[in-house]
Design a protein around this ligand. Structure first.
Ligand SMILES: NC(=O)c1ccc[n+]([C@@H]2O[C@H](COP(=O)([O-])OP(=O)(O)OC[C@H]3O[C@@H](n4cnc5c(N)ncnc54)[C@H](O)[C@@H]3O)[C@@H](O)[C@H]2O)c1
Ligand SMILES: [Zn+2]
Ligand SMILES: [Zn+2]
Length: 382
């Protein structure tokens, strides 16, 4: 049971004025998240107070929770959210109470080398803007940060830097808009921007979870002729075919290499996307790619992992190995583009939501994700 906030907790902490907010707190690696009542600091200059309406559960949250991504507890996970602005702090010009927003898990400063060269997804200030602040207060007096981009979408409400939000039209369902905040943008962007998939090409997607399904859709939008989905899970392979995959194969049973060769006059695929995050599969992606083709690493491997590639052949075969964060997309312009794709019927967001859950159900959602059964669980807040 969550403990009740003692009356007057907010008054004990200067600047903390928003009581009775719940969050599912990451207390320890591999231990269940615990729902706690917290208070939230008021938004300071350049900060915005958001009430989340919905949050997707992404594998990157699981990777922080199980220690694959070393961001130590305690903190608040969740980085794929959409909601409504409660209040904007001083100096915030772009947001006002009632605006609908999607969280940007790579908060941007708008003024560094990368922001000025159209690469806000690697903004130099991003880490500091997201994690350099701890706006949530626990009953024991300690403070919490949002682990990924400072968003903390596993809390009902957050105070975030204005560069961590993108305004959207009020006519978009927030449950679907939430998915734009990570999985959809990462997947579609990987196909359209990082790989620049060309019409008529042959694409392979290794791992068809939330992000991989969006890669499949991005390849379809780009006009790929063949899209081969590889996943161990049958329901993911079926969903990939609904999202545009022309072929699907269980890599533990079928011969993916033979299938791809049969589709390409023995050349190999033009683009292969690794969307799981292991060295072995990153190497497999390289091997399935034709000479002159592109290998795109979307999945995030362990922080200390290294992947071995054939040093001479990568040159002699003129292959490109591309890493991509956030699908190399710029949230301020590309979120609206992807929402338009959904409105035009080019992008299926509804089919990405496997189950709607409450704030107490995130542990079960982690298990379901690890067992491969859900594309996206989406936490719905009141
Ligand atoms: N680059 C980025 O900006 C970015 C953004 C979001 C997520 N990610 C990363 O992308 C990866 C996928 O995230 P997700 O949320 O889609 O995860 P997910 O758990 O929903 O999907 C992973 C899928 O891989 C499948 N899989 C597992 N082992 C496999 C194998 N050996 N062969 C084929 N398929 C296999 C699973 O069945 C599952 O469907 C994670 O590593 C995550 O951290 C990267
Ligand atoms: Zn994510
Ligand atoms: Zn910047």
């Amino acid at each position: 049971m969550p403990s009740r906030r003692s009356p007057g907790l907010a008054q004990l902490r200067p600047g903390a004025s928003l009581p009775d907010m719940k969050a599912s707190v990451f207390v320890d690696n591999n231990a269940p998240l615990v729902v706690e009542e917290l208070t939230l600091d008021d938004p300071g200059p350049s900060e915005v107070h958001v009430k989340w309406a919905a949050s997707g559960v992404c594998h990157s949250d699981v990777s922080v929770w199980n220690g694959k991504l070393p961001l130590p507890p305690p903190s608040i996970l969740g980085h794929e959210g959409a909601g409504v602005v409660v209040a904007a702090g001083e100096t915030v010009a772009g947001f006002k109470t009632g605006d609908h927003v999607v969280g940007n898990f790579k908060p941007l400063c708008g003024d560094c080398f990368y922001c000025n060269s159209g690469q806000s997804y690697i903004c130099e200030q991003s880490m500091m803007l997201g994690m350099g602040r701890m706006p949530w207060n626990r009953g024991d007096g300690s403070k919490l940060m949002g682990a990924i981009g400072g968003l903390g979408t596993f809390a009902e409400e957050s105070v975030v830097h204005e560069g961590a939000l993108v305004k959207i039209n009020n006519d978009t369902a927030l449950e679907e808009a939430a998915l734009i905040g990570c999985g959809v943008t990462t997947g579609i962007g990987s196909a359209l921007f990082a790989a620049d998939v060309q019409p008529g090409s042959t694409c392979v997607v290794i791992g068809c979870g939330g992000v991989g399904q969006a890669v499949v859709q991005g390849c379809r939008i780009a006009g790929a002729e063949n899209i081969v989905a590889l996943d161990l899970n049958a329901s993911k392979r079926n969903a990939a075919q609904e999202h545009g995959a022309t072929h699907a194969i269980d890599p533990s049973k079928g011969d993916a290499d033979a299938l791809i060769k049969s589709l390409t006059n023995n050349r190999g695929a033009d683009y292969v996307f690794e969307v799981v995050g292991t060295s072995a599969l990153q190497r497999q992606a390289y091997d399935l790619t034709r000479p002159g083709g592109s290998v795109v690493w979307v999945g995030v491997a362990g922080m200390m992992d290294e992947t071995s590639l054939p040093a001479a052949m990568i040159t002699l075969d003129n292959k490109r190995v591309i890493g991509t964060i956030y699908g190399s997309a710029n949230p301020r312009t590309d979120f609206a583009k992807f929402i338009d794709y959904a409105k035009q019927g080019k992008l299926d967001l509804k089919g990405m939501v496997s189950q709607r859950i409450g704030i107490h159900d995130i542990n079960e959602a982690f298990t379901a994700m690890l067992e491969g059964d859900v594309i996206r669980s989406v936490v719905i807040y009141d």
